[in-house]
Design a binder for this molecule. Structure first.
Ligand code: ADP
Ligand code: MG
Length: 563
């Protein structure tokens, strides 16, 4: 039988708490949004589990989130009758941060309030934001389907320790009571709380209730719903304000910042579904983590089915957040069913089109906003042509590269821009890959191109080799790596660059004599051939790879990885 235990937070949690309290102070009302958001998630989960196992999990008459004030005790309470937590779940979810990369994340924090609050936003503030306004937090919870005495009480002052103890709870669900700090008295005003709920949580699909007040402003026994309580995505676009879209984003994405853009669509026809997708403003800190969570939520007829339904979007769109609500999928749909389902396939391809269309229109109409999106998610989008052949062309239009046309290494040249600047007689799009931007820009392979004013795209992201191996052409023009295979520049510069002629007759001015031959002998098996060439203008020699050979730095990487 477990009894009261005092435990210490993980070091990371204590650190995060201190930083959060410090850096989010001027925005502290968001604690209420975070607690309500958790209550709504818990109600979603309960409804789903009650459907899946009606005998084990009773569904309350109505799922609600109540917000209550006790002015005398200086407390604000947020209570839901959602899924609740077992003792183990409390220990796991409240008091630890089970996300890889947390430590590395904390090391990035600088102590500069503005920068840190952005970073913390990327991390997600969640439950811990309670401590911005409270000096004591009590959480009581009981998992739906468990016995009355299986409740758990968790308490903390946010100072590094918490206690956890068993308790009785007549209803399943979770109740969080904040004892407000001296300077947070404003949150004891019901009017203020209603205002915050209206602002941040109006979109929550469950009723958020507060006590009615009598003429003197005292709380009565009657409750009233203070939000709209209908799922936002089911409403028509023209009725939803940008502000509402933004607040809903913060709820689904567990983000703290506004989104960069969204697209909301209702599809009817062979099947009926609604999608609402968002492009975040910043990459979540775990974008590169294979187990990163919080992608797209799947609903069936407004009933929450699962988080992070990764089958609904391809991997290269894993930074997209939002909701898919299908009217046709069965309510008991599982991850396995999603794997191989005709309906899901068609939702997925419709969704991809919408998202690519959104990106394309931003690229066209708001180039500055697109530049930011590209900076955050470009490397992920570059996985696209290899993963999604059907949309290769649409994805190719979204790609941006550094180029010899620019003096810096910003990736802002579209393939279409390149086509416009192509030289008379030029038939290929020239690119070079290297393991960093400066190596690409300074490669001796570029000398001949520079000399003749031919633009070359500079590719130095890890994913670029992969991209090139799938994206072979754009608008009918082959994409050619200048470090590989033969160069065919004679049509543009009016002379043959490659001296394939054995005699080396046309070879560059000075007479090379038997130098190529001697080099060939000296290098033996390590090279396939040594040839005179006009590729070079200043450098004496360079390595040219076979048309289908792997880039040198990749070969090196694989060797290091023991391949
Ligand atoms: P997030 O919501 O982004 O997961 P939070 O810090 O807000 O992060 O919450 C952490 C976790 O604690 C949740 O994922 C959930 O498992 C659990 N939790 C928090 N509040 C509740 C609640 N009211 N009911 C059930 N579980 C909750
Ligand atoms: Mg949360």
């Amino acid at each position: 039988e477990p009894s009261t235990e005092t435990r210490r937070f993980e070091t990371e949690v204590s650190q995060l708490l201190q930083l959060m309290i410090h850096s989010l102070y001027s925005n502290r009302e968001i604690f209420l949004r975070e607690l309500i958001s958790n209550g709504a998630d818990a109600c979603d989960k309960l409804r789903f589990e009650a459907l899946a196992q009606p005998d084990a999990i009773p569904q309350p008459a109505e799922l609600v989130i109540d917000v209550e004030v006790d002015a005398e005790a200086r407390t604000v309470t947020v209570r839901d009758n959602g899924i609740g937590m077992s003792r183990d779940e409390v220990v796991e979810h409240i008091g630890t941060i089970a996300r890889s990369g947390t430590k590395a994340f904390l090391e990035k924090l600088t102590g500069d309030q503005k920068k840190d609050s952005q970073l913390i936003g990327q991390f997600g503030v969640g439950f811990y934001s309670s401590f911005i306004v409270a000096d004591h937090v009590r959480l009581e919870t009981r998992r739906a389907g468990s016995e009355q005495d299986a409740g758990t009480r968790w308490e903390s002052r946010g100072d590094g320790e918490y206690t956890i103890a068993p308790c009785e709870r007549t209803e399943a669900g979770t109740e969080i009571t904040l004892t407000l700090k001296e300077d947070a008295g404003e949150f004891l005003e019901p009017v203020r709380l209603r205002h915050i709920i209206g602002r941040y949580s109006d979109h929550v699909a469950f009723p958020i209730r507060m006590r009615k007040q009598d003429e003197e402003g005292n709380p009565t026994d009657d409750w009233e719903t203070v939000n709209r309580a209908s799922a936002l995505w089911t409403r028509s676009k023209s009725e939803i304000s940008d502000e509402e879209y933004r607040e809903f984003y913060k709820h689904v994405a567990h983000d703290f910042e506004d989104p960069a853009a969204w697209t909301h669509n209702h599809v009817e026809g062979r099947q009926e579904y609604t999608t609402l997708f968002y492009i975040p403003k910043r990459a979540p800190f775990d974008l590169w983590d294979r187990d990163a969570r919080h992608g797209v939520k799947l609903y069936v007829k407004r009933v929450f089915i699962m988080d992070d339904a990764d089958k609904l979007l391809p991997n290269y769109l894993r930074f997209v957040r939002g909701v898919v609500d299908s009217a046709d999928l069965p309510l008991n749909v599982s991850r396995e069913i999603l794997q191989d389902n005709r309906l899901v396939d068609s939702i997925r391809s419709g969704s991809v089109k919408k998202i690519l269309g959104l990106l394309e229109s931003i690229a066209k109409n708001e180039p500055e906003a697109y530049a930011e999106i590209w900076q955050n998610f470009g490397r992920v989008l570059k996985e696209g042509p290899g993963e999604d052949f059907a949309n290769q062309e649409a994805i190719a239009k979204l790609l941006r590269f550094a180029s010899t046309h620019n003096s810096d290494d910003t990736q802002n040249v579209a393939l279409a821009d390149y086509l416009e600047r192509m030289k008379e007689g030029q038939e290929a799009i020239y690119v070079i890959t290297a393991d960093n931007a400066s190596a690409a820009r300074n490669s001796p392979h570029l000398e001949i191109f520079r000399k003749h004013g031919i633009e070359v795209l500079l590719l130095s992201d890890r994913v670029d080799e992969w991209l090139l191996s799938h994206l072979r052409e754009f608008d009918g023009k082959p994409i050619k790596n200048v470090a590989k295979g033969d160069l065919d520049l004679d049509k543009i510069i009016g002379e043959d660059v490659e001296q394939k002629d054995e005699t080396g007759e046309q070879a560059a001015e000075g007479d090379l004599g038997d130098l190529p031959e001697r080099l060939q002998q000296a290098l033996g098996d390590r090279v396939e051939s040594v040839r005179p060439s006009r590729r070079l203008v200043e450098s004496p020699a360079c390595i040219v790879l076979g048309e289908h050979e792997m880039a040198l730095y990749l070969q090196e990487l694989l060797k290091q990885a023991g391949q």
